[in-house]
Unconditional design. Structure first.
Length: 92
């Protein structure tokens, strides 16, 4: 479970800095790490953990994009308000 939370957090962080193309190497890295972390369990459990880790990473990336979009729209709204107030003061 902790591994899935780490993948989710990694996806959130990747969305803040990189474009969608970074998901391919990150997903491959997560699947490779899952094989190393899973230990002596059977191959089906390793495959399931790999799929869940990749899905968690990509869901985190999607949530990170949404958060970045909300942040940027709030900043843009604040700048528009400041610009409107500045032009209103100079008009008088």
């Amino acid at each position: 479970m902790t591994f899935l939370y780490l993948c989710l957090a990694l996806g959130l962080l990747l969305a803040q800095r990189f474009k969608g193309l970074v998901l391919l190497p990150a997903t491959l890295l997560v699947v490779a790490l899952t094989g190393a972390i899973a230990g002596p369990e059977g191959p089906w459990l390793r495959a399931l953990m790999g799929v869940l880790g990749a899905a968690s990473l990509q869901f985190g990336y999607l949530c990170g994009l949404g958060l970045r979009s909300l942040y940027l729209s709030a900043v843009a709204s604040r700048l528009r308000g400041a610009l409107w107030r500045a032009t209103r003061r100079t008009a008088h």
